[in-house]
Write a protein that binds this ligand. Sequence first.
Ligand SMILES: NC(=O)c1ccc[n+]([C@@H]2O[C@H](COP(=O)([O-])OP(=O)(O)OC[C@H]3O[C@@H](n4cnc5c(N)ncnc54)[C@H](OP(=O)(O)O)[C@@H]3O)[C@@H](O)[C@H]2O)c1
Length: 306
Amino acid sequence: VTSAADVAVVGPGAIGSLAALAAQMEGHRVRIFGRSDPGVPIRVVQQSGTPIGELDFPVIVLGDRNVTTGDAGGSADWVLVAVKAHQTHAAGPVLAALCKPSTTVVALQNGVEQVEGLRPYVNGAEVLPTVVWINAERIGPAEVAVDGSSVPRLHVPVGSRGEAFATLLADSATLRVELVEDFRSEAWRKLAVNAINGLMALTSQRARIYQRSDIAALTRALAVETLAVARAEGADLPESEADVLVEMFTAMPPDRGTSILADRLAGRALEWDVRNGVVRRLGRRHGLATPVSDVLVPLLAAVSEA
Ligand SMILES: NC(=O)c1ccc[n+]([C@@H]2O[C@H](COP(=O)([O-])OP(=O)(O)OC[C@H]3O[C@@H](n4cnc5c(N)ncnc54)[C@H](OP(=O)(O)O)[C@@H]3O)[C@@H](O)[C@H]2O)c1
């Protein structure tokens, strides 16, 4: 039995609400911080509509003024960051108010640059990176739907922080924390999935586009260049992984979406830089050609600003 901890979640969206619910179910003291108040408690349901649970506390909105630790209700032992990567900077004052050096900040975000992205905002707290294997989406101002076809999982690197986080959420059936030995390779495998998901955002279409042979060929080329950058960054991902990725995308249920497509359809800014821009940026650093990303990235950036 774990003792109750002070858990703060920043970003009451699809992933943050699910994480907050899992922490609540484990008996922790949970606060959740957002930029708007939905007015009613957030409900989390399966995509089928079956309820999973409801947060028994409201969303706290502190605004963008100078936020003090007192305004936030005190610092936290755990700060789970579930804003989109491009929203981290705006959430900086809340993060600073919640974090002390002994806090563990858990990055519930996509991308392989989580630690560098959060470090400037967390007062010297340690940042635990994760790979988020969850498919969830906001279906209303206070409602989140989670794909229940497999247990939502967070992968964390082996080590004492990861173990402590796994203990925090115990063996929650709502959200399972698993430790992985080769976290770098795992993070890059997910990054390759994210980069390929960019094609859905660009075409405003769900996974059925991958059944086109021309899109499958483009997917393969994008996977190959992403895996080359991944290997240059130390990931153990052979080029043959590209075929695994193409197979995975062509076999996806045609109606499957992704968070970057949801943002595109809602006319919101896109998380393009940490999901696609990174391939081109790090490719350049290693002197690797990334011809597919060289085209996709400016298009995604332009669409994101439209
Ligand atoms: N959804 C998925 O299936 C999935 C899967 C794997 C990884 N991820 C990753 O997980 C991360 C979170 O994604 P998500 O899908 O949960 O996004 P989301 O549903 O858009 O949630 C983001 C939340 O952060 C809030 N927010 C924005 N700026 C804020 C600020 N300054 N202070 C406090 N809250 C703020 C948003 O408020 P508003 O309501 O006002 O916008 C929203 O509630 C992303 O990095 C994403 O790539 C998502």
